[in-house]
Design a protein around this ligand. Structure first.
Ligand SMILES: C[S@@+](CC[C@H](N)C(=O)[O-])C[C@H]1O[C@@H](n2cnc3c(N)ncnc32)[C@H](O)[C@@H]1O
Length: 171
């Protein structure tokens, strides 16, 4: 499905920059998680790769399907079940600085803003945050509000995907 499960811009970034700590908001069926982990496996043994996923996971069967899919990759992973507006602030302090963060959960301004405000606490000098679906009004408003004196914000338009914001800290 267009824009789901596989994002070449993420996999290219992971391979090129040797990313091994990955966080995704909006896991859905775990297909993109698996593909990102496979990309990281080009540079690291599975046990050195960490994946953190946040989703409602309202369907228990889907949760276990994703769990099994991630277990099969051999990487270390944690899944957080519930509204990311609640679960992310609850857990952010215990999470490490990430190499790559993919924000692809709720598309309302309120959710996108909350996800970004929490994720930015997990950014180091090298971290890149990708925010999917810049075309959604709530997502666009959140991205447009990010202070440009603190962050470098670029909008990328992959031919095989939706518009995405790519954000890193200004050094
Ligand atoms: C577009 S799908 C994610 C697709 C996946 N990242 C991929 O690339 O294939 C959006 C997911 O976000 C989840 N989601 C939406 N709002 C959320 C929220 N407030 N908290 C947690 N998960 C949320 C939905 O349950 C859904 O699985």
């Amino acid at each position: 499905m267009f824009g789901f499960g596989y994002h070449s811009f993420l996999n290219d970034h992971i391979k090129k920059n040797k990313c091994k700590r990955l966080l995704e908001i909006g896991v859905y069926d775990g297909e993109n998680a698996k593909n990102m982990i496979e990309a990281a496996k080009e540079s690291f043994p599975p046990k050195e790769i960490e994946y953190y996923g946040f989703d409602y996971f309202e369907d228990e069967r889907l949760y276990w399907k994703v769990y099994k899919k991630l277990e099969e990759t051999g990487c270390r992973f944690k899944l957080f079940q519930g509204d990311s507006k609640v679960t992310l602030p609850q857990h952010v302090e215990e999470l490490p600085i990430m190499d790559l963060i993919f924000i692809d959960g709720g598309k309302s301004y309120e959710t996108a803003k909350s996800d970004w405000e929490n994720c930015r606490k997990l950014m180091g000098k090298h971290t890149v945050v990708f925010v999917h679906n810049y075309e959604f009004p709530g997502v666009k408003r959140m991205v447009d509000e990010i202070p440009r004196e603190e962050y470098i914000v670029e909008i990328i338009h992959p031919s095989d995907d939706y518009a995405t914001a790519r954000i890193r800290k200004k050094l």
